[in-house]
Design a binder for this molecule. Sequence first.
Ligand code: NAD
Ligand code: LMR
Length: 329
Amino acid sequence: MSTSPVKVAVTGAAGQIGYSLLFRIASGSLFGADTPVELRLLEITPALKALEGVVMELDDCAFPTLAGVEIGDDPTKIFDGVNFALLVGARPRGPGMERGDLLEANGGIFAPQGKALNEVAADDIRVTVTGNPANTNALIAMSNAPDIPSERFSALTRLDHNRAISQLAAKTGAAVTDITHMTIWGNHSATQYPDLFHALVKGQNAAELINDEDWLANTYIPTVAKRGAAIIDARGASSAASAASATIDHARTWAQGTPEGDWVSMSVRSDGSYGVPEGLISSFPVTVENGDWSIVQGLDINEFSRTRIDASVKELGDERDAVKGLGLI
Ligand code: NAD
Ligand code: LMR
């Protein structure tokens, strides 16, 4: 085992997602069995006692890869020297709410955290925002961290990506491993666009294979895009284990790269690709190599896709204007 641990910060560590996520990171799911990790766990003061209980459980697992745990409520202490920051801590929505309704409640969390990362994180810091509304919270954190390269900030649309793969596998009778080239475009919200015009099932174009635009428009897209709300209705609480698993998938891909010949969906800062205004944090098909992502270029966007990508990107622009109005960026 290499000697210097990777320092991973997790915010909202005493929450639901934290309760799944920490044990996966500590057991080596993120960086593998040969890389020790040190967990830096941030919470608000009233949640620190509960977090102490979670740390007792981490101790009790005796994970060989867990090199240390530090907890606290001060981001400048917890983020000191961290290599990865998984920003989960934020209020979840309840029934009947859209994620954008959380902007005012949660946006304020990400400006001070962005500033603290800017001040004390390691030079190779990579930041993933899971807390909702994830894309715009990532924009807030990025805008408050001018010394960190903007490509080091991302938001989670991997859960949507995984949902899109799972629903397509169920429809076609294929295994999830048969599905490649899935893309989620836009915002992690009900306007997101899961694209089957480039996805492949055993190498065959998914939209051509299914050949049913009505199913695509009226069943598949809303099922994927509204899955979060369906889980809230069923569970009485928002997705947690699947969100933690997707956060691991996202960070692991960022650290280790995409499989040869495939891509994943990540929300990253737009460079203007596919008509998405520069600067918005929007979901794209990306490949990752040596810790750096690149937006896949040159995909044909048909009319069906164009309308949906534009609608989701418009929502991201509206959210950006709202947080500008709140003085957060
Ligand atoms: P939760 O309420 O169980 O936990 C959130 C935790 O964050 C709480 O322990 C709270 O004390 C903590 N917190 C609040 N403000 C904080 C701050 N300033 N610093 C540090 N910690 C803080 O919620 P959860 O179910 O774990 O969900 C967390 C967030 O993730 C929510 O916003 C939810 O909507 C979002 N989420 C996103 C996705 C996605 O795919 N992007 C999926 C599921 C959930
Ligand atoms: C999800 O997609 O499950 C999360 O973003 C939680 C939510 O509010 O839907």
